[in-house]
Design a protein around this ligand. Sequence first.
Ligand code: HPA
Ligand code: ZN
Length: 329
Amino acid sequence: MPGALPFCELHLHIEGTFEPETIFALAAEQGRTLPYDGPAELAARYEFANLPSFLELYYENMGVLRSERDFEALAGAYFARAHRAGVAHVELFVDPQAHTARGVAERTVLAGLHRAIEAAGERFGISAGIIACVLRDRPVDEAERMLDAVLEAAAGTGAPLLGLGLDSAELGFPPHRFARVFERAADAGLHRVAHAGEEGPADYVREALDVLGAERIDHGIRVLDDPALVERLARERIPLTVCPLSNVRLRVVDRIEELPFRELLDAGLLVTVNSDDPAYFGGYLDDNLAALRSAFGLDEAELAGLARNSIEASFASAARKAELLARLR
Ligand code: HPA
Ligand code: ZN
């Protein structure tokens, strides 16, 4: 049972946990009508050709997130579901620029997430932190302003800001554009991660490491195109946060069996399993593990190994890591 193992979820966009029913409930509260008959009609649109076609709907749907309470409710619902999936620690992504674009301040977003994180600790014993992501298809100066604003909002609200990430449309938006903002994040004591090698080439992974100082690579499955890079990732124990159901739903692969999951493990890479945008891609962490299990015949020892990898790859404190590792024995 995956649920019995203490997993860390390290690649989870909190806006990607926004279920159609909740989108409709929030819209109704605000007296807004959506251009769909109901949640089922919205969910029926979750057939994507690629990453940009998903992002369009993902950014549109988050338009009903307005208040601190909305963000608290969004994250609260995710934590309850994650707890049932066996998740013990979460480093959640948020896209502040997607909210400031409609006038929702970084402080509102972080304060709402902070309240949900505190409640998840009390109710479920889940530990969690926040990684603010730069939208790589937006201008660089906007990312610079976002970093300043989230640092100020975290200081003002006490929200646990762990790091800076890089997401949104990948092809044509190489990591190096954001070298300065990632350098400033490091100076401010933040961890650094980046989406790379999802739809984009292995070269973007190399740039994320060398130019942004990324400590983890989100997705990264395209690294197998570059054996020297694979060898380096294995040697330096740089984790990949792999998201199997996402790769199928965004047509990175046609079927889960085509995912080079065994190849990544056999190459000695520090592979972790994550759900990315579970409300859109057909499942939470337990569903991703179940899908891998049936496609690749993973046994109990291999599942425990994936839980162990997720603990090692996390930015949890040494004490928290020791606590989680003890639960594996
Ligand atoms: N890739 C890039 N950006 C994203 C994703 C993703 O899978 N989900 C939300 N933003
Ligand atoms: Zn992602």
